[in-house]
Design a binder for this molecule. Structure first.
Ligand SMILES: Nc1ncnc2c1ncn2[C@@H]1O[C@H](COP(=O)(O)OP(=O)(O)O)[C@@H](O)[C@H]1O
Ligand SMILES: [Mg+2]
Length: 258
């Protein structure tokens, strides 16, 4: 089984005014490719710390964190920031879109920073916009979109590099319940397409839509519960064939496990 991430006795200490805070105290679990994990836990349990490590924003104090075959704990700062820019798909509560840019341009941003924009990559961004249902909105600016549409842009942008996983931090935290439902359906569709999703949420309803819930408590793994195996949900034949079509179009240049 291919792994998107592997955590082995992962520890993170913060030293604050001479005192050591042990934010993660030896966390181990695997995230197979195609998994959909919700990370939960009370305030102070280490969720943000874990998210920062998974997102290559910080290095562990000890233990190993593999993304695919690469051990993040052994990376230097350059390797860490390159991995962050090219191999992780971030989705935030507040969307983090660039207001001056159009939908299509926002999706292209990660490629622009890597100097990888081309006619082919632009077509790929257009397909990603279509995949999240924004084909009619390519030239709109974020201020002309609803919250749910803005989050769709962010989700399309997160996929542009074909990341190890989507790392979502309270992705529905700013959305009403109908829009939350839309975004959760989109995550389910992406997961059915084989995309790996790791999401922090404090909402039970949202976490219940994942395939698996990992709970932290006091920097340790409290529980790891599988909710469902295999594809996230059944789907209509029509959406299945649409998904297959888009998968074929955007998956062709992939050299990662997704
Ligand atoms: N930069 C930091 N410096 C010192 N202590 C920190 C820092 N970040 C987090 N902590 C501490 O680490 C523990 C875990 O925090 P955090 O990962 O933010 O938990 P959560 O996101 O679950 O609320 C807490 O005790 C918190 O106070
Ligand atoms: Mg937090």
């Amino acid at each position: 089984m291919k792994l998107a991430a592997k955590l082995v006795d992962l520890r993170k200490d913060y030293v604050l005014k001479g005192e050591t805070v042990r934010a993660l105290r030896g966390v181990s679990f695997d995230v197979p490719v195609g998994d959909y994990v919700a990370i939960m836990g009370p305030s102070g349990s280490g969720k943000s710390t874990l998210l920062n490590l998974l997102g290559c924003l910080d290095r562990p104090t000890s233990g190993s964190l593999f993304l695919g075959e690469d051990d993040v704990s052994k990376m230097n700062d350059n390797q860490l920031s390159r991995t962050r820019a090219t191999s992780i798909g971030f989705v935030f509560q507040s969307y983090n879109l660039i207001q001056q840019l159009t939908v299509l341009e926002n999706i292209e941003v990660p490629l622009y920073y890597q100097g990888r924009l081309s006619k082919e990559s632009r077509e790929r961004c257009r397909l990603l916009a279509e995949m999240v249902g924004l084909q009619e909105r390519l030239s709109h600016r974020p201020s002309q979109l609803s919250g749910g549409q803005q989050q769709r842009v962010a989700i399309a942008r997160s996929l542009v590099n074909d990341p190890y996983f989507i790392l979502a931090d309270e992705p529905t935290g700013n959305l009403d319940s109908a829009t939350t439902e839309e975004i959760l359906r989109l995550f389910e569709n992406l997961n059915e397409m084989g995309k790996t999703i790791i999401m922090v949420t404090h909402e039970n309803d949202v976490a219940g839509r994942a395939k698996r819930i990992v709970r932290l408590r006091d920097g340790k793994l409290q529980s790891d519960t599988t909710l469902r195996e295999g594809p996230a949900q059944s789907r209509s034949a029509e959406s299945a064939s649409a998904i297959e079509e888009i998968r074929a179009a955007i998956g062709s240049d992939s050299n990662k496990a997704l």
